[in-house]
Design a protein around this ligand. Structure first.
Ligand code: SF4
Length: 410
């Protein structure tokens, strides 16, 4: 990689980048640099089972050909671990790894990847007697020993319970910010600076709020931007644009990922969407920071909000994407109503990420769990889940009052 230019106004281009960029520290991800005056890094994540080496290498190639410069894979256990060396050797771009609850896997994957993403909200699941700060220092030491970067990947749906207690439930921006800041403080005090941060929410307004506030408090730390569970295209692209374009116009964001619910064969559309977003951000006029001051009440999506995860190695049934599409179809008659329906691909994040939805579905291998406003209703087969969703939706509509529904149908 060539030496970057000296000013933020004459960036080395690899495609379109916003006109104006803040300058953060440089974070080294193998030969790739995130931050500084380097181009914004486009990245994505494999939706193939990591243990399936051929499928995952092909997925890395697909994403790299589309323009991804970093690809993330999930590693959850021995079969994924066994596949990782071959995937790393054959991938045309460096790998990042996504760790969930078992942070100890970092030690086993660090040889093969250039970046390790951990979720602060998942560090408490194992070894509860060890303070989370010690776990972060241990992760930093592993990363430093192997020359890896870290990502502190904060997600609104899985905040550390110790931090959750300190904020009202509805203040998800405050929660995310407090979590990210606490981890930055530990890493900085430990002398580890080769890290980026992400603060993701499914609500684009909250993504803007959280990243704007973080950028003010930690201006030197590169930000990975994204909207979690943005959902199916084209709605998921529009939702992501509403978050990323205002931030990019302000020069905030050193790497981006557009999370779309897509089958593995179409994952390159995430990179195409990211390019589209960068192009629009560059063409857009400047926005003053005060224009982005948060509204008192964030309601980013008018009418029914369908959120769904992008899928990854952990998806438990191959029909997950089709299920999300079917849910979109059968709920169109309620598109004008202020309801949220969440569709998640696995049991790892499904239960937590559906807590705030009016109806939440998450996939198991042979059944779909259904939750209504935080309460589990039951498990349904893939053949019967849609009729149950429809039944529950009608009940919710009846609670809201049927007038608006009648108006929409007439
Ligand atoms: Fe992967 Fe599960 Fe997250 Fe979906 S909810 S992206 S399947 S970890």
């Amino acid at each position: 990689m060539g030496k970057p230019n000296e000013t933020s106004h004459s960036l080395p281009h690899e495609g379109t980048v916003p006109r104006r960029r803040r300058i953060t520290r440089e974070v080294r991800v193998g030969d790739l640099v995130i931050g500084g005056t380097y181009p914004i890094v486009l990245q994505s994540m494999c939706a193939t089972p990591t243990a399936d080496i051929e499928a995952t290498v092909a997925q890395c190639q697909l994403l790299a050909e589309a323009g991804a410069r970093l690809v993330r894979v999930a590693v959850d256990g021995p079969r994924d671990l066994a596949a990782l060396p071959q995937i790393a050797e054959r991938s045309p771009v460096p790998l990042a790894v996504d760790l969930q609850e078992n942070y100890k896997l970092a030690e086993k994957v660090a040889t093969w990847v250039k970046k390790i993403r951990y979720n602060p909200g998942h560090l408490h699941h194992h070894e509860r007697n060890i303070p989370w700060e010690d776990k972060v220092r241990w992760l930093a030491d592993v990363a430093a020993k192997h020359g890896c970067a870290l990502r502190v990947g904060v997600n609104c749906g899985s905040i550390d319970p110790a931090i959750r207690e300190r904020f009202p439930h509805e203040d998800s921006v405050g929660l995310m910010l407090a979590s990210a800041s606490a981890h930055c403080e530990v890493l900085e005090r430990h002398g580890f600076t080769n890290y980026v941060v992400s603060l993701k929410d499914s609500d684009p307004v909250r993504v803007v709020q959280a990243n704007l506030r973080f950028a003010r408090e930690w201006p030197d730390v590169p930000l990975h931007l994204g909207v979690t569970e943005a959902g199916l295209p084209p709605e998921g692209i529009e939702k992501t644009k509403r978050a990323l374009i205002p931030l990019l116009r302000l020069g905030i964001g050193e790497t981006i990922r557009v999370s779309l619910t897509l089958p593995a064969a179409r994952k390159s559309e995430e990179i195409a969407a990211a390019k589209e977003i960068l192009a629009e951000a560059e063409l857009a006029s400047e926005v003053a920071p005060e224009d982005l001051e948060p509204p008192a009440e964030s309601k980013a999506v008018a009418g029914l909000n369908l959120i769904s995860c992008p899928g990854c190695s952990r998806v438990e049934n191959a029909t997950f994407v089709a299920l999300a599409e079917q849910v979109r179809e059968i709920t169109r008659y309620a598109a004008h109503l202020p309801l949220t329906i969440a569709v998640m691909g696995c049991r790892v994040n499904g239960p937590g990420e559906t807590d705030d939805a009016d109806l939440g579905l998450w996939c198991g291998p042979n059944y779909v769990n259904l939750k209504r406003r935080g309460q589990l209703i039951g498990r349904f087969s893939y053949e019967t889940i849609l009729s149950e969703v429809k039944r529950q939706l009608d009940l919710l509509i009846a609670e809201l009052g049927g007038n608006s529904l009648q108006e929409n149908r007439s």
